[in-house]
Design a protein around this ligand. Sequence first.
Ligand code: GLC
Length: 667
Amino acid sequence: MIRKYRFGVPVETEAVVQDLPCRKEMPESGRVLTDEEGFTYIRALEKETAIYGLGETVRGINKRGWVYVSENEDRSFHLEDARSLYSAHNFLLLSGPEPLGLFFDYPGRISFDAGFTKKDILTVSCDHADLYLYEITGESLKEICRTFRKMTGRSYIAPKWAMGFGQSRWGYKNEEDFRQVVKGYRENHIPLDAVYMDIDYMDAYKDFTVDREKFPDLGNFVSEMKDQKVHLVPIIDAGIKQEEGYDVCMEGLEKGFFCTDREGKPFDTACWPGLTYHPDFLNAKAREWFGNKYRVLMDLGIDGFWNDMNEPSIFFTKRTMEEARKKMREFLAKPAGDTPFFELAGLAGQLSSSEVHKDFYHDMNGTRIRHDRVHNLYGYMMTRAAGEAFERISPDRRILIFSRSSYIGMHRYGGIWQGDNKSWWSHLLLNIQMTASLNMCGFLYTGADLGGFGSDTGRDLLLRWLAFGVFTPLMRNHSAIHTRDQECYQFEDPEDFAHVIGVRYRLLPYLYSEYVKAALNDEMYFRPLAFDYPDDPMACDVEDQLMLGEGLMAAPVYVQNAAGRYVYLPEDMLFVKILPSGEMETQRMEKGVHYIHVELNEVPLFIRKDHFLPLAEAAECVEDLDEDNLTMLGWITKKTEYLLYHDDGYTRNLDVPEHYRLLSMEP
Ligand code: GLC
């Protein structure tokens, strides 16, 4: 059941698609205080209550014990003390005999103190008492999640090729660089479906342009890559370069489609191109205009994009630059001995982005609104611009799109990647945990930069990370400029990488089927064990294993030099390793704790008893998968059936009976 409450004059975020009446009385689940100081929701927590949800946040799957803040931020360096990351997902689930879901539809800065300040109190607070609060009750966490997902609309479904493996790096500059990458993969028989084009493909970092010296004929090059069964996926940034004669800049100025300053003039910002303007994605007309720009690249054969820097990430503004200069001058005027060096290093960092958010405005379909009130919608609306345009431009084929920043509601238009991480083992664990929370919030098409974006990765870390990436719908190796080469073929024994990524392709009929079905039925593709086995206290404590679809459990190794790991089986399962020879090593295991050995080139799989996986033969790209010849793998004691979802991989008409195939297996 859903109860909806309205406080003040909320911003219409369109996160919720269901039309629900607002209640007159106060919420039942907690105490609400509203005054000029803002809004506070307080609820007492039982000792045993676990708090789930909150999507893209640090720490574990159970969020209890920390304060999380929704204030989207470009935070490439994040440790476990980070309060906010790139996205705002204000949905929480509380476990217990009467489980509860809470969604705070508020697009400004909002904080969730999940038993941190007071161990048994959940406090949610924001500066303005203008919001919708939804309380969702149900039999189980899974049911509440389903109700929430129905309420917020069907999750985006990517084309099937986008579930193939992709290689990315900030630093590939010209056609030759891309050819080398594809050659490296194909020669080593490491599967590959996509190579990502980072900012260097553009002319001076201008969106919807191509550097003609590096790519004399991008259309031709896209076809050349398609002949090798590789999709090119360019990046689009939120900031538009200020340049006389650049059509996107000129049109935006002429039509008044950029965010404005206090005086109503286009607001000066800065990002990769230097001085920029930020399109006003909260304005429907500006969205339509910007969305249509993707056509420039789609006409050249491009069928996938990633939207970046859309928190928005603003390097500086005129005001912050002047302030920085002033501080710098003051600093330099001091006698050398009086100025500790760390002060110099900290000068620019002292400029708060929360303050910048108060410096500019949107025209939200006729209403002028200051950015801080709607900050967390920016990436959502940028990606909505793209998603809506793709439906117009490509009505018959799904287009790949994922974003860095998001808000609930954006899950209908695109996926997300989990922002800039580091080549750290702790970020591999974070990836596993965050993925579960993101699924609760509707973001099914997601994945992290495998191997880690910043700092140098190790061969072992990359292999272990890929062995988790085998399961995530977005499976992409991405790294930052100036870090160690991170393409799989750059490491010793590339056949190990070919094997690990190869497992992904053998599992793809199942993974794709579970992914699409989860989206169509408002289910989670990944779930914490606590959601499937709420009455099993051991299962509820597991933070490093995930249930995936109907029959599979993932238990990745995420510790350096570990020869394996302990796994908790909440029921009897078949432990499987697919060997490089193609043979299967299987072991029937009873419910309980087991230690499993896992080599660096292995992907441990756990299949629930009386469930099975349909496996394809090895392939080096999605197009080459033979799904007419599937092998069933499982520990079956009775006749068992599985409903396989199988379509052409790109149709927008998804939920039709012809796409379902009933498979069965007998003991
Ligand atoms: C941002 C993105 C990263 C990209 C870089 C350069 O840091 O998060 O993925 O490589 O910008 O475009």
